[in-house]
Ligand binder design. Sequence first.
Ligand code: C2E
Ligand code: MG
Length: 395
Amino acid sequence: MDLDHFKIINDSLGHNIGDLLLKEVANRLTKQIRNEDTASRLGGDEFVVLFSELSGDPQLAAQQAQQGAHKILKTLSQPYTISSNMLHITPSIGIVIFPMNDENADDILKFADTAMYRAKDAGRNTIRFFLPGMEQAAEAQLRLQNDLRLAIRNNQLALYFQPQVNIEGHLLCAEALLRWSHPEQGMIEPNTIIPAAEESGQILQISEWVLKQALAQSKTWMNESTNLQRIAINISSVHFHQVGFAYQVKRILQETSVNPNRLTLEIHENTLADNLEEAKEKILALKRLGVRFCIDSFGVGYASIAYLRRLPMDELKIDRSFVRDIESDPKDAQLVQTIITMAHLMEIEVIAIGVETEAQLQFLRDKGCKMFQGYYFNHPLPADQFESLLKKQFA
Ligand code: C2E
Ligand code: MG
């Protein structure tokens, strides 16, 4: 186990207090465990507890280990009084049950470490078990991140463009969607690329590439012969929260000579959850230039309605999961209708994504939705195919 944000205590209150806190953690740990167990400190704020004499049945042993870990979590999370400072700290715990095969002590510690990082990823102050396959998954992620370093340089990234059409079926806008043509693994989807890049920090370089590429490419389509009105670009939360985000967007708009009112930035509700005031400032700065904002996957995050009230959004995108079931699930149908009505009352445009059937389109139209995106019209297309489609429409 590892203490969550221990560094903050060390940095803000000094190493003396940090050391005293570690001693108190060790104290509580030793009191919590049974005589046959062992508690030790590996170094820094990392501790290891060895539960021995658990059941021979792995299932039961796991239950016992979990109960033990819960007790530790609870004791260590109680407030500490250290030199008249009241401190709070929580642990993240990874559990490995062994023997499994013929692993040695180093392997076991590595497995516990992997599980502990899963607990951190899950939001800290929690427990995760090591599962077979986790190690491979962590290694695969690392390999992917290494490969990603070369992807931009070797021209392996590409943007696909998915049409957004109006009620008459005219292609007016497009959403730029990232693809990675990996030399061995083939086409990799953004749902794999983005989280890996966010974790490794490569997201900033990739996001800049996406902005430049999408704007430069769509600029060539925004003329009389194709009449593309706007390009929508997805913004990662990590990118959005960077200092200088608004300035960077402005700079790339200038470099590519794209009129800001031709750009829609799609952001997820969860991006706004972190720091609403900071988000508002950035959004307002870009809106003053004319950039439009869309809440992506509306309804699947938290507190969407509060955001709509406090932030000047231009559009919201009804999530695919609601559209998928509008024909079969009366609750989803009701929800979609409510979202459309509410958005219109707030003068926010609505776009429905994931439209796959005529019946879904009909329903959405009847309820007043005016923009659509989905396989019913087109899948995301490589730039050349998208361009042919645009030209055909206005031929
Ligand atoms: P998103 O923003 O919700 O993008 C729409 C996704 O829905 C796309 O998946 C698209 O292919 C898919 N889709 C569209 N219509 C339909 C339909 O009718 N049926 C079904 N089943 N799917 C449909 P894709 O391209 O795999 O992108 C997944 C997500 O990855 C995007 O979700 C977006 O959040 C993220 N993403 C994509 N490109 C970028 C990027 O350049 N930057 C960032 N930060 N995120 C990106
Ligand atoms: Mg999107």
